[in-house]
Design a protein around this ligand. Structure first.
Ligand SMILES: Cc1cc2nc3c(=O)[nH]c(=O)nc-3n(C[C@H](O)[C@H](O)[C@H](O)COP(=O)(O)OP(=O)(O)OC[C@H]3O[C@@H](n4cnc5c(N)ncnc54)[C@H](O)[C@@H]3O)c2cc1C
Ligand SMILES: *[C@@H]1O[C@H](CO)[C@@H](O)[C@H](O)[C@H]1NC(C)=O
Length: 491
């Protein structure tokens, strides 16, 4: 490929002065996609990552259809190829032994002249393989320079509060010693993930962790519904099962903090697996789980965090991805939010809108717009994940009633499935639809409680009791959802 004079000048600035248009901290899900999108627009980009080896993590393994769609828009859909990814058509929800299949809803898409109806698909895979593909795509992009280096600090100006770049530590391959280095850019994008080192400095809110996901990898495990993610609820906190390769299936088991059955005196996490988790699983899965546990170790785990989104005021820097916003991974929404955010970000920062990224005022304005525009999708996924988790991990009578109502709602089929699954998939980008289905579930739960409490007309004398229960349920539904809605309305 021959280079333009501008590209040659950019290369020189990068090598001689470590200067680029954009620095992206972290070559993870968000960082790779952002670097790629901005580089395609002609920006010169440094992508700084502390650990370039293929990561081995238990996160980011199922990409919803809405994420696949965003990946296509970014021109990165090839990254899903050659990694033994499994197609996902929806979920199979197992509630105390009975199940309901929740397919992603049909959509109408244009195929040249014709309109065709089809069901979109998600993809599940080994996280590390997908990351490697994303990094490979970035490495082959001439406007991106990837550097393996650990970012240690931001570089600020003395007189006006603006970020000019970052300080890093780079391992010298000859001596194996870490040496300090600096990188400069007009805009620094920090996407250093859930345990962000920089969050405290720039964001006021702190992540809240109420539970952890413990992970197992099952080998050649027969699935109750192939090509569907399995969600087990009812007898215990939610358990997820989904294939991540031809032979491998991921099991994620949610254990809230201070769970009595996982206390040391009750045999710890392994005791909880033996006494609570295994008995609640479909029979054909139980043996695989026992085998996966036979190494005698405590399974790997990750905290399930909630961090509502926020705007930032710092000039020359933005913090995005998990560093800025997280929700419970129950619905597998993190990567879908990240890729859709990158689509929006690259649109708002495009050279047509902001020719020079030195224009910090224009960037701040664009980021305000970003904060509100992203909500069509991100607030749906954030609120849905948190509210559904409350229901699925029910720990009181009202929540159990709502959980039962939720399952009964799915059982009705039609729009009672298409709506919720479209929201979960990241296809329906309208918060009001979530609101509607959530309260429809609450009303159905109340109806069920009425029927159960009175058991027909003869039970009319129990009406006051039924009324009391339903007020409790309705109140609970509000308590579950309104704090999360409120968290989305803040700047
Ligand atoms: C248990 C669990 C399961 C999940 N499952 C799913 C799922 O199925 N589907 C889904 O869509 N989402 C899932 N998520 C969420 C998803 O993993 C995240 O939303 C996504 O990875 C966020 O991307 P990110 O780029 O912000 O962070 P990351 O992907 O974590 O990337 C951060 C990068 O920054 C690098 N880095 C960190 N610090 C530095 C530093 N100082 N210098 C240089 N580099 C640095 C890291 O090495 C890493 O490469 C899950 C989350 C959890 C906790
Ligand atoms: C790289 O940037 C230049 C402008 O500097 C742009 O013209 C070109 O399209 C970009 N290259 C790619 C492969 O996107």
């Amino acid at each position: 490929m021959s280079s333009t004079p501008r590209e040659i000048a950019n290369k020189r600035r990068k090598i001689e002065y470590h200067h680029a248009d954009v620095i992206v901290v972290g070559a993870g899900i968000f960082g790779c996609a952002a670097a790629f999108a901005l580089a395609k627009q002609g920006r010169s980009v440094f992508l700084l990552e502390r650990w370039m080896q293929e990561p081995d993590r238990i996160v980011g393994e199922l990409l919803q259809p809405g994420g696949v769609e965003a990946l296509k828009k970014l021109g990165l859909e090839k990254c899903l190829e050659g990694i033994d990814a499994i197609s996902c058509k929806g979920y199979d929800v197992i509630y105390s032994g009975s199940d309901v299949l929740i397919q992603y809803p049909e959509e109408v898409v244009r195929d040249g002249e014709k309109e065709v109806r089809r069901r979109p698909e998600g993809r599940s895979f080994h996280h590390g393989r997908f990351i490697s593909q994303l990094r490979k795509a970035c490495a082959s992009q001439p406007n991106i320079t990837i550097v393996e280096t650990e970012v240690t600090d931001t570089i600020k100006t003395q007189n006006k509060p603006q970020i000019l770049g970052v300080e890093t530590l780079t391992k010298n391959p000859l001596t194996s010693l870490k040496e300090p280095d600096c990188y400069f850019a007009k805009l620094t994008i920090i996407a250093d993930g859930y345990a962000s080192k920089f969050r405290k400095q720039y964001i006021k809110t702190k992540p809240v962790v109420k539970s952890k996901f413990y992970a197992l990898e099952l080998i050649d495990c027969p699935m109750p519904a192939p090509n569907y993610g399995i969600v087990v609820i009812g007898d215990t906190e939610p358990i997820l099962l989904y294939q991540i390769g031809t032979h491998e299936t991921r099991a994620l088991i949610d254990i809230p903090e201070n769970t009595p059955t996982a206390a040391v005196s009750a045999g710890g996490v392994r005791g909880h697996f033996a006494n609570v988790v295994i008995p609640s699983l479909p029979e054909q899965v139980q043996a695989c789980v026992r085998l996966a546990l036979s190494d005698g170790k405590i399974p790997r785990s990750m905290p399930n965090s909630f961090l509502p989104p926020s705007t930032q005021q710092t000039k020359g820097m933005v913090m995005l991805g998990d560093a800025m916003n997280m929700r419970h991974p129950l619905t597998g929404g993190g990567m879908t939010v990240a890729f859709n955010d990158v689509v929006l970000l690259s649109h708002l920062l495009s050279p047509e809108k902001i020719p020079d990224l030195e224009d910090t005022t224009a960037i701040q304005k664009a980021m305000k717009e970003f904060h509100w525009k992203r909500k069509n999708l991100s607030s749906v996924i954030n609120i849905l994940a948190m509210a559904l988790y409350s229901l699925f991990a029910a720990n009181d009578r009202q929540l159990h009633a709502l959980q039962k109502g939720c399952f009964a709602y799915f059982r009705r089929g039609g729009n009672c499935i298409d709506g919720p699954s479209g929201l979960l998939a990241g296809i329906i980008k309208r918060p009001i639809v979530l609101f509607y289905h959530f309260f429809a579930v609450a009303l159905l739960s109340i109806w069920i409680v009425f029927q159960e409490t009175m058991g027909g007309l003869l039970g009319i004398w129990k009406l006051p009791l039924a009324m009391e229960k339903s007020v409790g349920i309705f109140w609970k539904a509000c308590v579950v959802i309104f704090p999360y809605i409120a968290s989305e309305l803040k700047t």
